[in-house]
Design a protein around this ligand. Structure first.
Ligand code: C5P
Length: 222
């Protein structure tokens, strides 16, 4: 039964980093490789879901999923998600969305004419929180990367953003997280939790996809 666990389920998955232009040649970004998100998208597809993957720039080969949408900035990711969210049953936010963007990117390359440079940044929309606040909302899954108080912050995020399931991972230590092939997750939902111990990101993605499928089906009423 496993391969069909998510048969007919339309999933939207965000992955990778976003890049926020400072000028035509420079950007603000982060170290997300997209590896966990790509592996998870593929694992959900393997369980029968039709996955649309909305991904920021990565060096990885595209995974085998139903549809790809490539974007660069947080606003592009936001628009790509919002254009499709009404037709999805499951929304999984693995993207490391850059929280702030330059308020007014320079139209031409910034020259180094001054000793100091100040750039005004403005907040990007929280895609996951907005999707979770929709009525009706798809079943929503988010990630929490924290350096400390992992479970407390993740529980808080679950409640504050109103998401159905949060996968939390410890970052900044010696094991797991950004730019690594292995990861461990503490998965939380209202009324439950499960530890997925340190393992290869592909195996971890498959375990997490199974757990998502289980919770999705419990939520959908069977
Ligand atoms: O609040 P924080 O950024 O730690 O939350 C992380 C979760 O929220 C991840 O699932 C991430 O994909 C999602 N997120 C988002 N849009 C943002 C920021 C985070 O979808 N602007």
């Amino acid at each position: 039964v496993l391969p069909g666990l998510l048969a007919g389920v339309r999933a939207l998955v965000t992955a990778g980093p976003t890049r926020e232009p400072l000028d035509p040649v420079r950007f603000i970004g982060n170290r997300s490789s997209g590896r966990m998100g790509f592996a998870l998208a593929e694992a959900l597809e393997e369980l029968g879901a039709m996955v649309t993957l909305i991904a920021g720039p990565t060096l990885l080969p595209l995974p085998c999923v139903t549809k790809h949408v490539q974007i660069e900035t947080a606003l592009e990711m936001y628009k790509a998600v919002m254009a499709r969210v009404a037709e999805c049953d499951l929304f999984v936010a693995t993207a490391a969305v850059t929280d702030y963007r330059p308020a007014a990117p320079a139209p031409t390359k910034i020259k180094k004419e001054t000793e100091a440079l100040t750039v005004e940044l403005v907040r990007n929309p929280d895609i996951l929180a907005e999707v979770a606040a929709r009525r009706p909302a798809p079943f929503t899954v988010g990630f929490a990367a924290e350096t400390d108080h992992l479970e407390d912050y993740a529980r808080d995020k679950l409640e504050r953003k109103g998401v159905d399931l949060i996968a939390a991972n410890q970052v900044g230590g010696l094991v797991g997280g950004f730019e690594r092939a292995e990861n461990a997750l503490t998965v939380l939902w209202r009324g439950g939790r499960k530890e997925l111990p340190l393992m290869d990101k592909h195996r971890l993605a498959r375990e997490l996809a199974l757990l998502i499928a289980e919770r999705y089906r419990a939520h959908a009423g069977g």
